[in-house]
Design a binder for this molecule. Structure first.
Ligand code: F6R
Length: 609
């Protein structure tokens, strides 16, 4: 979850490292720091809070060196504070770490017995102690790293430097992502490509268990046992995604407004415009193999998991193939049975979520084909998968996922059609009808975005509710959960997403006139049932915000607030109804004065369990 950068080269390391950290701030933003070699010593500057605090501290600092490391933190061991901020320096060693060292207690006790003075509450500092101790026996960084590697249990991506080796950086990883950037006169190490893409387009993706030694402008990659490994340099064609808000006050609202384009870009490669049919070429399965799939597992975390729940509904309804959708952090611990002829679908915007990656590996080990739906190409999950569907949503900067959510839903729309076709469950006319529905979605989302004004004006009133219940049935239920998650993470208010039919099994007790009930009830086969659920909530004093389609006198009477979406069927309705719940959370959070792009305690990419 933290972001790490290392640099060797002729440019001012402060500039290069801070540019990299800015691009990585989405990974964590509770403290940050740099250590830059300056006249034979590592000058370390650290600051609690956002990267801007470090930037401010650095304005007064001048560095003359050519080697340095930097870090932006998302706290795991030890609260956010300057003392716990990275880099950690022990003796000659400075390092930055992303991940969690699981045998932290054991190492700490051992080091204390050995006379180490531990300054922070972090697990990362212990690695610096181990290295410093080892350097006394093996004064070169690379053999020292290789010697301590077997002692580290857990997840890590680490860059370390030694004051006595002013041209050397050593980096190693197990779990979290790490890349090496190869410049003509400089070398870069970073948690992701965006951190270095303005300097070089030549990248080496490091795999778990690999160690890279940078010496001047040369580098060598080794296995954890010290065996040299040949690694291809990949030329990427990315451009620096200039983090611009395009006139919007926050990235999140810009990304909400980008959803029509995100959906169009996600579906475009898979639709044959001439025949209005779906053609998915990168599924990692040919048509025959697809037709033989007997069970599908969809595994993801957070918002991505909710898209998976919508996918479960769509695939089962259209293709009649049983689907199990699981939270990735639970999946491997429930000892799942993965029968032959199963397909495993992972959904991850970042492609780096540790639990989702672990679930992918479990599926692969069981011999099951993995289809990845992700946004970040060549991310860890993407690289391990057999088949690929790309969200093509563009970089999502806001920590709360919005456009990646919609892009994923639209890919699941198309995948359910492809699966249904392979199973012979769809006529050409039916397929074309579904394809037209999804083609219509971007323009319909644009219409829904007009609700922005309503939420902006209503936020001051909405923020006074004690809590929010989001209710939906069928395909609307996962969107209810997504709405509640958005409000929790941005407005820090209590919110729950419930299947509307479950209300009388407990949650009705929560309802009084301080409780807002957001009802997702478009006109479909479940509409009448949803109205009954609303009557039940209304009778107990609940304040109802209905999100529906068209007009219905009864519904409008029950509702304190009534919002109408464009007419659409169950297939694409989730794409429309997610927009108002995003706008609700966004505007309430803004009106409460919260940092919507970087909500407290969260990070965009969760690379630890
Ligand atoms: C919520 C949100 C998170 C992510 C989750 C999975 O707004 O963004 O719940 O959806 O952390 O992340 P990815 O999709 O990168 O695996």
């Amino acid at each position: 979850m933290c972001g790490i950068v290392g640099y060797y080269g002729p440019k001012n390391p402060k500039e290069v490292i801070m540019t990299g950290l800015k691009a990585l701030e989405y990974r964590g933003y509770d403290s940050a720091g740099v250590a830059i070699l300056d006249k034979g010593v590592f000058k370390r500057v650290r600051a609690e809070g956002k990267l801007s605090n470090l930037s401010e501290k650095l304005t007064a600092e001048d560095f003359n060196g050519h080697l340095g490391i930097g870090h932006t933190r998302w706290a795991t061991h030890g609260k956010p504070s300057e003392r716990n901020a990275h880099p950690h320096t022990v003796g000659d060693v400075s390092l930055v770490h992303n991940g969690i060292i699981e045998n932290y207690m054991e190492l700490r006790e051992e080091l204390i017995k050995d006379g180490a003075v531990i300054e922070s509450d972090t697990d990362s500092e212990l690695v610096a102690h181990l290295l410093n101790r080892q350097l006394k026996k093996t004064p070169d960084l690379l053999p020292a790293v290789l010697a301590i590697l077997p002692r580290l249990v857990g997840a890590y991506a680490i860059v370390c430097v030694n004051v006595k080796q002013p041209e050397t950086m050593v980096a190693f990883k197990n779990g979290p992502p790490l890349i090496l950037g190869v410049g003509s006169d400089a070398m870069y190490i970073a948690s992701d490509v965006q951190a270095i893409v303005s300097y070089t387009k030549n990248v080496v993706y490091l795999e778990d268990g690999e160690v890279v030694e940078v010496k001047g402008t040369g580098y060598k990659v080794f296995s954890a046992k010290g065996k040299p490994t040949d690694k291809p340099v990949v030329e990427i064609n990315w451009t620096a995604d200039v983090a611009s808000k395009g006139g919007f006050p926050h990235f999140m609202v810009k990304e909400i407004f980008e959803q029509p384009r995100a959906v169009a870009q996600a579906i475009q490669p898979h639709i044959n415009l001439a025949s209005t049919t779906v053609e998915m070429f990168e599924l990692g399965l040919d048509q025959k193999a697809l037709s033989e799939i007997e069970r599908i597992f969809i595994v993801a975390c957070g918002s991505s998991y909710y898209t998976g729940l919508v996918g479960e509904y769509m695939i089962e309804r259209l293709a009649r193939v049983p689907v199990e959708c699981d939270i990735a952090s639970e999946f491997r611990y429930r000892h799942p049975v993965l029968p032959k002829n199963s397909l495993f679908i992972s959904i991850s915007q970042s492609g780096e979520t540790a639990d989702t990656l672990a679930a992918v590996r479990l599926a692969k080990a069981a011999g099951v084909k993995v289809l990845s739906i992700c946004n970040v190409r060549r991310s860890s999950i993407d690289r391990e998968a057999d088949g690929h569907l790309y969200m093509n949503a563009g970089t999502e900067v806001g920590v709360a996922s919005t456009k990646a959510f919609s892009a994923t839903l639209s890919l699941l729309n198309l995948f359910s059609i492809a699966m249904a076709k392979a199973k012979g469950k769809l006529t050409l006319a039916e397929e074309q009808d579904y394809v037209r529905q999804i083609q219509a979605a971007p323009a319909q989302i644009e219409t829904v975005l007009n609700l922005d004004k309503w939420f902006k004006e209503g936020a001051d009133q909405l923020k006074n509710f004690r809590g929010f219940l989001y209710l939906g049935r069928g395909v609307h239920y996962p969107i209810a959960m997504e709405g509640a998650l958005k409000l929790k993470e941005l407005a820090y208010m209590h919110a729950e997403g419930y299947a509307a039919g479950e209300m009388k099994h407990g949650p009705l007790a929560l309802i009084d006139d301080d409780m807002a009930v957001v009802m997702l009830a478009p006109h479909d086969e479940l509409f009448e049932k949803s109205i009954s659920n609303m009557e039940e909530a209304k009778a107990r004093g609940g304040q109802i915000l209905s999100i529906s389609t068209g007009h219905n006198k009864r519904l409008e009477e029950i509702s304190n607030f009534y919002l109408a979406l464009p007419e659409a069927g169950w297939f694409t309705m989730p794409l429309l109804e997610v927009v108002p719940v995003q706008l609700l959370a966004y505007h309430v959070a803004v009106s409460l004065g919260h940092d919507v792009d970087q909500p407290r305690n969260l990070a965009k990419s969760v690379t630890v369990e």
